[in-house]
Write a protein that binds this ligand. Structure first.
Ligand SMILES: Nc1ncnc2c1ncn2[C@@H]1O[C@H](COP(=O)(O)OP(=O)(O)O)[C@@H](O)[C@H]1O
Ligand SMILES: [Mg+2]
Length: 298
């Protein structure tokens, strides 16, 4: 990665941790087996909390059973579940101490919080404030998924909503359609083995995806092959809680960082691109035609 430009907000200790993630992760030896942990292996403390949430999701009729844990990340644990409309990816946000909440200030910069008490609680990181932040992330992920899905972007279909009243009931879980099948879950592009032609197509789709987001006024905020799935030669963009708008004073920096992460993470697929020209290409395509919107069913 080329030397990153220093801006005042970059000096926050942990903000750039995420930016460096792709390279770090590439170096990390691949664990075997690649992900699925049996539910029985969860710790007792984990499972108490998760049992409650899963029971609630079943009571609400959103899922019938949880099949397996797919991946435990720093912000959330992903499960494969079954629901009335097929296979579900259940993203369960971690408890309040999650590291991501330390980083969220950069993404939330420029947001206006009208409720002064809520603002103080969040800033003071009281338990209540952290709970509000967590709820904010879950609701933001649903709201973004719905908007992007309706706009025709390649994102997983959200399975609860579209009304916030409906999805607020599933906090701290986000339910969306599973990409792939229960037996063969779509890999992330970071883990996929691609032929040169597939790599070129994946790159092209990823650049287009970033342009589609920008056309709607968004920077993803964590755009790399770690948040792009590969299934049947098609790229699906995931992981939206930190989507950022132009209101954010760091918008352009986040966009530039996304371009850099994308370029860096695609190197292992043999794509040699330059971050600045990629960003220019994204900006150029953002002025072009939008994808066809998906219509709401009556
Ligand atoms: N709709 C989906 N279908 C299949 N797998 C998914 C889907 N959404 C997420 N995943 C898997 O779950 C993992 C975690 O999801 P993600 O939204 O990236 O959360 P985080 O990175 O915060 O842990 C992803 O890396 C991916 O492997
Ligand atoms: Mg992710």
């Amino acid at each position: 990665m080329s030397a990153q430009r220093q801006t005042p907000w970059m000096t926050q200790d942990d903000f750039w941790d995420d930016a460096n993630e792709p390279q770090d992760r590439i170096r990390r030896p691949r664990k075997k087996p690649a992900g699925r942990r049996a539910l029985a292996d969860l710790t007792a403390e984990d499972s108490d909390l998760q049992d409650d949430i899963i029971r609630r999701l079943k009571d609400l009729g959103h899922i019938t059973e949880v099949v397996a844990e797919l991946k435990s990340g720093k912000e959330a644990t992903a499960y494969v579940a079954r629901g009335p409309r097929g296979s579900v990816l259940l993203k369960l946000y971690r408890d309040l101490e999650a590291r991501s909440f330390k980083n969220d200030a950069v993404y939330r910069a420029g947001q206006v919080i009208l409720d002064a008490r809520a603002k103080r609680a969040m800033e003071g990181r009281t338990r209540k404030g952290l709970a509000m932040l967590q709820e904010g992330w879950v609701n933001a992920e649903y709201a973004h998924l719905w908007q992007l899905w309706h706009a025709g972007l390649p994102v997983p279909e959200p399975l609860v909503g579209p009304h916030p009243f409906e999805y607020a009931q599933t906090t701290p879980a986000v339910l969306m359609r599973l990409i792939g099948t229960e037996d063969q879950i779509a890999p992330r592009l970071s883990d996929a083995a691609l032929s040169p032609q597939q790599a070129q197509s994946a790159w092209d789709q990823s650049v287009r995806g970033m342009a589609d987001l920008l056309r709607l006024g968004y920077a993803h905020g964590d755009y790399s092959t770690y948040n792009l799935l590969w299934w049947e030669d098609t790229v699906t963009i995931i992981d939206f809680p930190q989507l950022t708008t132009r209101q954010n004073p760091h918008f352009h920096d986040l966009l530039a960082r996304d371009a850099q992460s994308l370029v860096t993470s695609f190197r292992k697929h043999g794509i040699q691109a330059d971050a600045q020209s990629t960003l220019r290409e994204v900006q150029r395509r953002a002025l072009g035609p939008a994808p066809t919107p998906r219509l709401l069913l009556p």
